[in-house]
Ligand binder design. Structure first.
Ligand code: ATP
Ligand code: MG
Length: 396
């Protein structure tokens, strides 16, 4: 068995010894059967959260109202969730009420897709009541039960279907696909943060091209922030998306593909409720992308942009099909810079005040800026005495 499961097996054993059932469930079982790497294993159990807390000395409550306890064991942490059924879905979102139950089958039934509704015992026995293994064999994504009902219960599952298509290169089963088309409008009810999390995974998937096409073809993208009426733009963005791009670069590419510049992109990105820091980084990439569409990198511009943003912009430019793009160019220029920031200047404002024997004022900053520019462009060495000499010749 996979070493990740072997390491976690004692957790199941302890729960079983205490008289309850426990299984590996969800994505880890699916990925194991797919022969993919397993990151984190989720555990489902018949024990209640309080019972789990009674078994393990080290636990953390994160989602206890949903039945989840984090168990810390042998240097790792595991999400242990009580078997549950979900009822009374409100507004097509998460269930408003969670009932803890003692039956594994009922727990598997509330899961989204057949490939995600399998369990595995500690000795590797697969429990697969809905044909998950068959779906994995035929590379198929299908809901557990009627897709119309399942999407009505929780519309986010529609985005999950498409992001799994992107990550696994699976096909969405006919009925499930049809339900994406007819129920797409339900996405309006879903919190943007949840949509963003799934969309990020979709963009990072190996088959993002197909997935974005599905988003556009089914009409799901009509109900995503800033993408209504942008089907063509989305499809051409899909064709440019390169799996090697970083998340910020993908969003810069998408923003540019939608016709945003670094100023108008901000409200688009804010409508996704993205973290402010990330919005700023994407804005910076767009700014330098625009710069690159009119001129090449210079020592001055890589100094201003910084190696990171310059490289990001160059990679986005390459994705847009611009043959002149070469991320090594700004990297090389940056490496040859005599200084990387104002802090590295061999003079300070105080030096200037002393040398000129004048009270401080805006002139200090202005002059330091001139010194900085001359150093960056290679006209002046970053040495105190030389800077002084240069100032005396130029400022008298
Ligand atoms: P990943 O590798 O991306 O973590 P995953 O399948 O583990 O994939 P999670 O979001 O971690 O996905 O969810 C864990 C499991 O919980 C899923 O495999 C599925 O069984 C169930 N699940 C998650 N979200 C839903 C949902 N919206 N509706 C029903 N079941 C869900
Ligand atoms: Mg998971």
């Amino acid at each position: 068995m996979n070493p990740v499961f072997l390491k976690a097996a004692p957790v199941l054993e302890k729960i079983e010894t205490a008289g309850y059932e426990a299984y590996f469930v969800g994505g880890s079982v699916r990925d194991y059967l797919l022969g993919k790497d397993i990151s984190d294993v989720d555990i489902a159990t018949s024990a209640t959260p309080m019972e789990i807390k009674g078994i393990f000395p080290r636990t953390a409550d994160v989602g206890i109202e949903h039945g989840t306890v984090i168990v810390l064991y042998d240097g790792d942490s595991y999400e242990v969730t009580t078997f549950r059924s979900e009822s009374d879905y409100e507004d097509f979102r998460r269930p408003s009420k969670v009932d803890f139950i003692r039956s594994l089958d009922e727990d598997l039934k509330r899961r989204d897709f057949r490939m995600n509704s399998m369990a595995m015992s500690k000795d590797g026995r697969i429990i697969d009541p809905f044909g998950g293994q068959e779906d994995i064999r035929s590379k198929r994504i299908a809901t557990v039960g009627n897709p119309l009902e399942r999407f009505y219960e929780d519309a986010l599952r529609m985005m999950r279907a498409v992001r799994f298509a992107s990550q696994l290169s699976f096909q969405i089963d006919g009925e499930t696909y049809e339900a994406l088309v007819s129920e797409a409008y339900l996405l309006e009810k879903i919190a943007v943060e949840r949509k963003l999390a799934e969309f990020e995974k979709l963009l990072a998937g190996e088959n993002s091209f197909m997935a974005l096409k599905i988003m556009a073809d089914t009409g799901l993208s009509q109900h995503l922030p800033g993408l209504a009426g942008k089907k063509q733009e989305l499809i051409s963005f899909a064709g440019r998306l390169d799996s090697g791009l970083l998340s910020e670069e993908r969003w810069a590419l998408l923003s540019a593909g939608l016709g945003h510049d670094f100023k108008t992109a901000e409200s688009f990105l804010r409508s996704w409720k993205m973290p402010v820091k990330k919005i700023r980084q994407i804005g910076k990439i767009l700014y330098w992308l625009q710069y690159r569409s009119v001129q090449n990198w210079t020592l001055e511009s890589v100094y201003k942009a910084g190696a990171e943003a310059a490289r990001n912009a160059e990679r986005v430019l390459a994705a847009t099909g611009d043959d002149s793009a070469d991320e090594e160019v700004p990297v090389r220029l940056y490496a040859s810079l005599p200084i990387r920031s104002t802090k590295e200047l061999d003079v300070t404002g105080n030096d200037l005040i002393q040398w000129f024997n004048k009270p401080g004022g805006p002139w200090v900053k202005e002059l330091l800026g001139q010194v900085e520019n001359s150093i960056i462009s290679g006209h002046l060495a970053n040495k105190k005495e030389e800077i002084r000499g240069w100032l005396e010749c130029n400022q008298s």
